[in-house]
Design a protein around this ligand. Structure first.
Ligand SMILES: CCCCCCCCCCC/C=C/C(=O)SCCNC(=O)CCNC(=O)[C@H](O)C(C)(C)COP(=O)(O)OP(=O)(O)OC[C@H]1O[C@@H](n2cnc3c(N)ncnc32)[C@H](O)[C@@H]1OP(=O)(O)O
Ligand SMILES: NC(=O)C1=CN([C@@H]2O[C@H](COP(=O)(O)OP(=O)(O)OC[C@H]3O[C@@H](n4cnc5c(N)ncnc54)[C@H](OP(=O)(O)O)[C@@H]3O)[C@@H](O)[C@H]2O)C=CC1
Length: 280
């Protein structure tokens, strides 16, 4: 779909880039010639991913940095190290956390666990990169991964829906505030793209009442390569007139109601069913 050197000369940070969608997006960026930096909390996971990429794509330039995005000081330290080898061009806010639970049962720590990673982490990263771009008079580009519940809300994953909605509000606020400085920000809302992380958290064994494909108008799950090409487009200069936008890629699923049949059934679950989910 793209020229092989589409992203040559661009340095791109993908938070949570050691696993799942962040890993697939990073691989696509490398294929298109970018200098990739991935961060997360587990160095072993990041290094294993980097080794895999180096084996697949000889000559690929990839760096790994540990960082817990909930901690603003760690984010600052990561950006400082990253900038030492040259400025960043694109930040992808991908790191996230989510789980299904009845909202009235959530402890404050449970709410914070999701809000701190998704909302605070994305904010800290955007500010740390944005300040450096502004000080240097450089253009910048932030792509944040949200989800369709930013439009609809979503039962039983309220902290994630609220945090991602906050990231969309941040994106639109900064698109206006930083637009005159040449910094653009956009959000992508993927639908159902299978990853071990999301499936473990959202579809524990016994939680599904029917195949998730049934809830998608296009009657299939998303393929990583489809999503990755959207992230490639948004990272490239060719999308330079897009800012403050939300692009949903979900096969039309959100228009049918975000939770689908599985979440509707949860409205009638008893305590034993909820406890069984928690133990898995
Ligand atoms: C069925 C239909 C589904 C439709 C799906 C639609 C799809 C679109 C919407 C999807 C959008 C977003 C998707 C994703 O984000 S997928 C990514 C999933 N990946 C991850 O979550 C990876 C990162 N996760 C984590 O690190 C952990 O899971 C956690 C979030 C828990 C944070 O870990 P941490 O070590 O910081 O935290 P603790 O383990 O100490 O826990 C903190 C408190 O949270 C409470 N907790 C944890 N799990 C649950 C649970 N399942 N239910 C209730 N409470 C939970 C825990 O008890 C701690 O609180 P307390 O100290 O008060 O006990
Ligand atoms: N898969 C799907 O169908 C959908 C996914 N999404 C979104 O896509 C993105 C990727 O999700 P997915 O790949 O499925 O799930 P993963 O669980 O694989 O990805 C989450 C990543 O975030 C990292 N992470 C979590 N907490 C922190 C933290 N505090 N600091 C730094 N990194 C952290 C994890 O690494 P580590 O634990 O090592 O820190 C992990 O690499 C998320 O934003 C998610 O909300 C949205 C809609 C649907």
């Amino acid at each position: 779909m793209f020229r092989q050197d589409l992203l040559a000369g661009k340095k791109i940070l993908v938070t949570g880039g050691g696993t799942g969608l962040g890993k697939s997006i990073g691989r696509r960026y490398l294929e298109l010639g970018a200098h990739l930096v991935i961060c997360g909390r587990r160095l072993a996971v990041l290094d294993a991913t980097a080794d895999e990429f180096r084996a697949e794509l000889p000559g690929a330039r990839i760096d790994t940095l540990t960082c817990d995005v909930r901690d603003a000081e760690q984010v600052e330290a990561m950006m400082e190290r990253l900038w030492q080898t040259g400025p960043l061009d694109v930040l992808v806010n991908n790191a996230a956390a989510n789980f299904i639970a009845r909202t009235e049962k959530l402890s404050a720590r449970a709410v914070d666990a999701v809000l701190n990673i998704v909302l605070h982490g994305s904010f800290y990263c955007a500010i740390a990169a944005g300040r450096r771009w502004i000080e240097a008079g450089r253009p910048g580009n932030v792509i944040s991964t949200v989800s369709a519940p930013v439009i609809t809300g979503q039962a039983f994953t309220a902290p994630s829906a609220a945090a991602k909605a906050g990231v969309l509000a941040m994106t639109r606020s900064l698109a206006v505030e930083w637009g005159p400085k040449g910094i653009r920000l956009n959000c992508v809302a993927p639908g159902l793209f299978p990853t071990p992380g999301a499936w473990e958290q959202l579809f524990p064994p016994g939680s599904q009442v029917e195949a998730q494909e049934r809830g998608v108008p296009l009657r299939r799950l998303g393929e990583h390569r489809e999503l990755c090409d959207l992230y490639a487009y948004l990272a490239a200069d060719g999308s330079g007139y897009m800012t403050g936008d939300l692009i949903v890629m979900d096969g039309g699923r959100w228009m049918q109601g975000a939770g689908g049949p599985t979440f509707r059934a949860m409205q009638d679950w008893n305590d034993a069913q909820w406890d069984a989910m928690r133990k898995k």
